[in-house]
Design a protein around this ligand. Sequence first.
Ligand SMILES: O=C(CO)[C@@H](O)[C@@H](O)COP(=O)(O)O
Length: 232
Amino acid sequence: MLLEKLRLEVYQANMALPELGLVSFTWGNVSGYDAQSQLFVIKPSGLSYEQLTPANLVVLDLSGNVVEGELKPSTDAPTHAYLYQHFSGIGGITHTHSSWAVAYAAAGLDVPVVSTTHADTFFGDVPCVPTLTAKELTENYEQNTGKAIVRTFAERGINHLTTSAALMAQHGPFTWGKDAGESVYHAKVLEVTAEITHRAMQLTHADIHLPQHLLDKHYQRKHGKTAYYGQA
Ligand SMILES: O=C(CO)[C@@H](O)[C@@H](O)COP(=O)(O)O
């Protein structure tokens, strides 16, 4: 069987979604990418988490061809493939329909950085990517979702390695990371921060934003050359 170690990582990352309260039913998927073979492993479409095993995950190439697997891959596989091709250095992607993140997506709003909880992980607002046009939806919908995410990051000058999350307007969150497990971690942080942001806005009824120096301090103390958080 191909990519056994990656299969196990991707299986565990998918199983973390219901454990972390990030999915209902089958509304989510995680993939992991092997840069050497340029293949990725992803959850089969519509399969319950109870039925999921490392062996029934699907292996695809970046053109979307199934290289190994009996089941149909996630319908979102072309989005994952596009992101692997255009966001350098990422090794895992998560898509969910978690409620607080979807609420911001449904409203067509960025998740602004209003607390250090957000700044510890995302170096700025998490962008909401505009809804696709009717034409973009008709052909290659899922690949065009990936294109729209990449385009928004380029247009807005957002670094995908420091803000590893996006909302597709009227749809939901996509997050990524160095591997499948980190992409799930980012999905949970996004969900928690979306809830915190909404509640803070309700309390103040004001446009709140973290000052740049606090954003810098909290992001940098966990990431980059000057990081000192934790035991490393
Ligand atoms: O957004 C949707 C469905 O509208 C999908 O992302 C979600 O249900 C997961 O689909 P898959 O089971 O991975 O094909």
